[in-house]
Write a protein that binds this ligand. Structure first.
Ligand code: FES
Length: 319
């Protein structure tokens, strides 16, 4: 985790909805933080040793603060549970600079934002931006029930259409995304962030759109199609040092590097945050991340070394 981090203080924590906490972070000296764009996220280096990434939800014109929201995950591996039960206002933590894998196309003729649960966070930031630019958008906000719908008042205050869907008021049925997509005019850009089943429905409903009009962000790993590449060992060459390692079948590239004492940037180790992305010099990656688009995968220019492997027996990366 060699990336430069920033010292921040938890300025404020407040209840945004049932099981959702909004956390405001500032530098202890009050100085400006690095600028960010809608869809960006930061890593929180928690005092319990875990690193977790969260989308920034506040207006990009806020130069001195970052705001994230954290849903209490019943399957928490220690990140969201720690934030909900241990983290308190006044504590200092280290954070990464913002990184954006989910950028907003700001000049689209129309934008439709579709959020499920805690997936609302990057889309709130996008709504602030579009409202500031005077660009037309519609917001679809889905939650299990009204109590779990975060930031709905803030979205309504922006004055553009907000369509709320509460599963509990539809016999438990989720938001039907296909009619939303079908009703939008040609040229619309769609953004979706939410739980896995919502993202799968979104990808199915937007599969016919021109490349680059449907944007999705996973916050946990996308289910991968079964790879037809054998899980064998392969040789990994590091272009900058000329060093070659063997990545065993039961290790990731990242693990092989760390085992060999070689520093590399990483965070989620799940193929969703982009921190570990490296350029590929030679060889063909077996992509297993949840980030790269189809075109990016096919270009084989970069790969996520925390999950992706190699089609073949040799890979050279720009490390
Ligand atoms: S560490 Fe997050 S994508 Fe690899």
């Amino acid at each position: 985790m060699s990336e430069t981090t920033i010292e921040a203080r938890v300025q404020r924590m407040e209840w945004a909805a049932e099981d959702i906490l909004a956390v405001e972070l500032r530098r202890p000296d009050g100085a400006a933080l690095p600028a960010f764009t809608p869809g960006a996220h930061i890593d929180l280096h928690l005092p319990n040793g875990l690193v977790r990434n969260y989308s920034l939800l506040n207006d990009i014109r806020d130069s001195h603060r970052y705001v994230v929201a954290v849903g209490l995950d019943v399957h928490s591996r220690g990140g969201s549970k720690f934030i909900h039960t241990e983290l308190r206002a006044g504590q200092k933590i280290r954070i990464s600079p913002p990184r954006n894998n989910f950028p907003l196309v700001e000049n689209a003729p129309k934008v439709v934002l579709i959020a499920g649960g805690i997936g609302v966070t990057p889309l709130v930031c996008m709504a602030f931006r579009l409202a500031a630019l005077g660009r037309p958008y519609e917001f679809y906000l889905a939650a299990r029930n009204r109590a779990r719908a975060a930031f709905i008042d803030e979205l309504n205050a922006l004055g553009q259409p907000v369509h709320a869907h509460f599963d509990s008021e539809h016999d438990g049925a989720p938001l039907d995304i296909a009619p939303v997509v079908a009703a939008a005019p040609a040229g619309t850009h769609f953004y979706c962030c939410g739980p896995g089943p919502m993202l799968a429905a979104f990808e199915a409903a937007t599969a016919h759109l021109p490349e680059g009009h449907a944007h999705v962000e996973y916050f946990s790993a996308r289910e991968q199609p079964k790879s037809d590449v054998p899980e064998g060992a392969f040789a990994l060459t590091l272009a900058k040092s000329g060093r070659t390692l063997t990545v065993q079948a039961d290790k990731t590239i990242l693990e092989a590097l760390l085992d060999a004492g070689i520093d590399a940037d990483y965070s989620c180790q799940d193929g969703v945050c982009g921190t570990c992305e490296v350029k590929v010099i030679t060889g063909v990656p077996d992509h297993r991340d949840s980030l790269l688009s189809k075109a990016e995968r096919e270009s084989n220019k970069t790969m996520m070394i925390c999950v992706s492997r190699c089609k073949g027996d040799q890979l050279t990366i720009d490390l």
